[in-house]
Design a protein around this ligand. Structure first.
Ligand SMILES: C[S@@+](CC[C@H](N)C(=O)[O-])C[C@H]1O[C@@H](n2cnc3c(N)ncnc32)[C@H](O)[C@@H]1O
Length: 246
């Protein structure tokens, strides 16, 4: 599938999904526990494990890290911001926030959820920012919306937009295969969509594969997270990584 075919499917899907995404909230939840996770190649890695589907707990850590740099006018970019909850978290923490999302309904929702943020309703591949202008760039469940070749191209672009001492946060679900294609979406975090017929393009990532994508794109992992969904029907996990440029 080419990029415009994928965009057509995913814009349609996320226009329909905007009201459900709005229900997701930021939480400070329980403090994460450091746990060893065995990877496919037999290596062990330490992850911070958070027992909550109320994702975004990780944002507190990226906020903490960035503020260590002592910069007073911190700038944050959220790529694929959805309902705008992450933007609002950073705006409330005194960042200058900018978001890009190509779903018109998500943009309308985010303008209400995070009124202080600069919202660009556009395909991320059609926008440009100055080099080295952001302290934080977040891509939450966004790279998995793209074929891997495009995810790599986006990460290359992100390297340019990020300040040399800046941080990114990238997350996706934990899958046991590397399939890529158009799938029916059944859940959003802990919200079950029931008999959903909403289809969208996505690429699945195992833990190894997502780490390799980030590391081979020039990012070093500072803090890895696993979050568990509190959804009795699904035992899905999410993986998320705070990274720095290598
Ligand atoms: C799975 S949702 C995640 C939303 C939000 N980051 C969150 O974690 O709740 C993915 C979002 O990325 C947006 N998106 C996907 N591909 C995009 C692209 N090429 N350019 C801009 N936005 C895109 C979708 O419209 C959708 O809002």
């Amino acid at each position: 599938m080419n990029r415009s075919e994928i965009n057509l499917i995913n814009i349609g899907a996320y226009n329909k999904l905007a009201p459900v995404y709005k229900k997701r909230t930021i939480t400070t939840g329980r403090y994460p526990v450091l746990t060893s996770i065995l990877l496919d190649d037999g290596d062990k890695r330490q992850f911070f494990v958070i027992d909550s589907c109320q994702y975004n707990f990780e944002m507190a850590f990226i906020d903490f890290y960035t503020k260590q740099n002592g910069n007073q006018s911190l700038k944050m970019l959220d790529i694929g911001f959805g309902a705008g909850n992450t933007l609002n978290y950073f705006a409330g923490s005194d960042y200058e926030t900018t978001g890009v999302d190509f779903s018109k309904k998500m943009c309308e929702t985010a303008k209400k959820v995070s009124p202080k943020s600069e919202i660009h309703c556009a395909d991320i591949f059609n926008v440009d920012f100055k080099d080295e202008c952001f302290d934080v760039i977040t891509m939450m469940s966004m790279l998995c919306q793209l074929p891997t070749r495009d995810a790599r191209a986006l990460l290359t672009q992100v390297r340019q937009w990020l300040k040399p001492n800046g941080y990114i946060y990238a997350s996706t679900s934990v899958e046991n295969n590397s399939e890529s294609g158009v799938f029916v979406k059944e859940t959003i975090g802990c919200y079950n969509l029931g008999k959903s017929t909403i289809k969208r393009f996505r690429t699945n990532y195992t833990i190894d594969r997502f780490i390799k994508l980030l590391e081979s794109s020039g990012f070093g992992i500072v803090m890895p997270f696993i979050t568990y969904e509190k959804n009795k029907k699904s035992k899905r996990q999410f993986q998320g990584y705070i990274c720095k440029l290598r």
